[in-house]
Design a protein around this ligand. Structure first.
Ligand SMILES: Nc1ncnc2c1ncn2[C@@H]1O[C@H](COP(=O)(O)OP(=O)(O)OP(=O)(O)O)[C@@H](O)[C@H]1O
Ligand SMILES: [Mg+2]
Length: 275
């Protein structure tokens, strides 16, 4: 049940205000998220890391409008999230392609839902299929694609509807190292060219640092924000940046924050982010 009091007015693109999420288990209430506060600015790239089960996907599902808060508020552009919307492109932890549709039709599907006319659908699908390097496979069915290609198709489908927000749940998790690095670079390139607000969940601390303006570290039992770290590294994030001592220092700090968490502490103050 969502609370009836409205969320606070905010300039933030995404505003998570005192969110609590519980699931009813047999005889008890399981607290998946507790007192989560986070403001994300327009065009910001935020990555979220944390141990398995700390509520990352739960938070993303709430932002995507696929699940409701038990208490507190999730706002996008100052309006309470009440369901999915075309301004939010979602890439799920598991590739969510329609197996009976070709790459092209999968990409066109979202455009159809968003109300694009047929000719424009085809043109946009073509453009984004090319962007992710799948033009040779436009007429292939998902079962003919590798994991990395399926994921690139899901990315093309999300990008094609031109959402101002991308919600990505471990999108590169199942990929080999080389494909992963290529897709990271491609994502940053697209993000810098056509600015978007990105919330990107990952298990990979290197990936979290490499991509983000800000890294949110979550903790489990209850799922909460544990730390928020600004990544003041320059873009474009080149190989040089990746190999710099500053990068190593941030990675080590975040690694410690994720894997050596002190039980029961929360970083509520620092989590209520800068506007
Ligand atoms: N529908 C549900 N019913 C009951 N419990 C749930 C439900 N969805 C999630 N949970 C529980 O909430 C907690 C957070 O789950 P969530 O999927 O958000 O974790 P996560 O941080 O995304 O983990 P991972 O890194 O493994 O993907 C887990 O303990 C999970 O078992
Ligand atoms: Mg998850």
């Amino acid at each position: 049940m969502t609370t009836t009091t409205p969320g606070q007015r905010t300039e933030a693109k995404i505003s998570v205000q005192d969110v609590r999420k519980t699931f009813d288990l047999k005889n008890e209430e399981f607290v998946a998220l507790e007192r989560v506060n986070l403001d994300i600015s327009d065009n910001e790239f935020v990555t979220v890391v944390g141990p398995s089960g700390c509520g990352k996907s739960t938070l993303m599902n709430i932002l995507a409008g696929l699940d409701e808060t038990t208490a507190g508020h999730a706002l996008v552009d100052g309006t309470e999230v009440s369901g999915p919307g075309p301004e939010r492109g979602v890439i799920f932890q598991q590739y969510a392609l329609f197996p009976w549709l070709t790459v092209r039709k999968n990409v066109e599907f979202g455009l159809k839902v968003a109300g694009y006319a047929k000719a424009e659908r085809r043109e946009r699908a073509e453009h984004f299929i090319k962007l992710v390097g799948l033009e040779q496979f436009a007429d292939a069915l998902p079962k003919m694609l590798s994991g990395g290609m399926k994921q690139r198709c899901a990315i093309a489908r999300a990008y094609a509807v031109d959402p101002s927000i991308l919600l990505m749940d471990e999108p590169f998790g199942a990929l080999d190292a080389l494909t992963r690095v290529r897709l990271q670079e491609q994502l940053l390139e697209t993000w810098s060219r056509e600015k978007r607000t990105v919330v990107f969940i990952t298990h990979d601390v290197d990936e979290a640092v490499f991509l983000a303006n800000r890294v949110v570290v979550m903790a489990a039992r209850p799922g909460r924000i544990y730390d928020v770290i600004d990544i003041d590294l320059p873009y474009p994030r080149t190989e040089e940046v990746r190999l710099s001592p500053e990068f190593a220092e941030l990675r080590n700090r975040i690694w410690t924050s994720v894997y050596h968490q002190t039980p029961g502490t929360a970083a509520d103050a620092s989590a209520t982010a800068r506007a």
